[in-house]
Design a protein around this ligand. Structure first.
Ligand code: PLP
Length: 343
């Protein structure tokens, strides 16, 4: 199967398997796992943040950050298609007692500009409005098609939010992809945010895990919330060993995933009835709209599956995510399969 449903399907490389087998471990709830400690130090160094925390999932990392940045009865501004709003159940309501205030970006990139955020803020207003405590940004923006938020926009939003006493959390599940596409360092993109989460288990290829980063105080509290949520892991060094390899070795080859996505997008864009905005395909995600084919995205995905290709459908859209476990040659086969699925 050529699995283009997500970059989470990547399997650990032989080097990761070896490192996992040989990892030095201890009990991380006691802070005694040397490999986890090394991973946290290395991630903090790369992101130029004071501290980092290894968490089982990106969702947990995001939710820990929300818990720390908000109070029950406060609001979190987020783009309407954001992962935190759509794919983390109602976690911020359940865990933090916070209310998401979704704002639809007017830009097709899915990234909010400050004026759009400002229009939804509650600061210093009447007491019966729930105060805004947090702005949650996403780079790359998954549901908008892996689009990137440039550094200047990120800096502008953070500066203005901070001036109003509002924190900014960056859901950087694919921040390394954004850094490649923008030719920036991840530290520069994440720098102005109070906290950032990134996934090791997606395009970076680690089997499990994400990192949450921020100030030393923030991460000290985050460690307690991780435990509260049941995320205190013991000999997690087995996982951190693979993650360390992912962190060092994967970022330099992400551009390959972007080339594959580009090739796929250019081929799909030429097929009849397929609508796709090529300007938005800058990382490893390709989303196309197939409503004009009158065949239904679900039916097309079913026919793709019969031809050995897996993709995801949302409404009349189909999403493909490229990664290192799909070769250039398999992308060519996926293109042929798509053509056949439409005919
Ligand atoms: C995958 C993803 C997450 C976290 O997902 P988990 O499956 O919980 O690790 C968060 N944000 C975005 C944008 C994602 O794509």
């Amino acid at each position: 199967m050529i699995d283009l449903r997500s970059d989470t399907v990547t399997r650990p490389t032989p080097a990761m398997r070896r490192a996992m087998a040989e990892a030095e471990v201890g009990d991380d709830v006691y802070g005694e796992d040397p490999t986890v400690n090394q991973l946290e130090e290395r991630a903090a160094e790369i992101f130029e943040k004071e501290a980092a925390l290894f968490v089982p999932t990106g969702s947990m990392g995001n939710q820990i950050a929300i818990k720390l940045h908000t109070r029950p009865g406060s609001e979190v501004i987020i783009e309407e298609r954001g992962h935190i709003f759509n794919y983390e159940m109602a976690a911020m309501a359940v865990i933090s007692g916070a209310l998401a205030r979704p704002v639809r970006s007017r830009d097709a990139s899915g990234h909010l500009a400050w004026d759009e955020i400002a229009a939804a803020l509650h600061v210093g207003g009447p007491y019966y409005l729930a105060p805004t405590r947090l702005v949650a940004l996403e780079n790359t923006h998954n549901l908008a098609g892996g689009t990137v938020m440039p550094r200047a926009q990120m800096e502008d939003i953070c500066r203005r939010a901070h001036a109003l006493g509002i924190a900014v959390h960056l859901d950087g599940a694919r921040i390394f992809n954004a850094a490649v596409a923008l030719d920036e360092r991840v530290a520069a993109l994440a720098g102005p945010a109070d906290s950032v989460m990134f996934c090791l288990s997606k395009g970076l290829g680690a089997p499990v895990g994400s990192m949450l980063l921020g100030s030393a105080d923030f991460i000290r509290e985050a460690r307690a919330v991780r435990k509260l949520l049941g995320g205190g892991m013991r000999q997690a060094g087995v996982l951190a060993a693979a993650a360390l390899i992912a962190l060092e070795e994967s970022p330099p080859r992400l551009y390959e995933d972007h080339l594959k996505a580009r090739r796929l997008a250019e081929a799909l864009a030429q097929m009849r009835g397929v609508r796709l905005d090529l300007t938005r395909v800058v990382t490893n995600i390709v989303i196309c709209d197939v409503s004009e084919t009158k065949q239904g995205a679900e039916a097309i995905c079913a026919r793709l599956r019969e031809r050995g290709v897996l993709a995801s459908n949302f409404g009349q859209q189909i999403r493909f995510v490229t990664h290192y476990d799909v070769s250039h040659e398999e992308i060519e086969r996926a293109i042929i399969a798509f053509k056949e699925a439409l005919d």
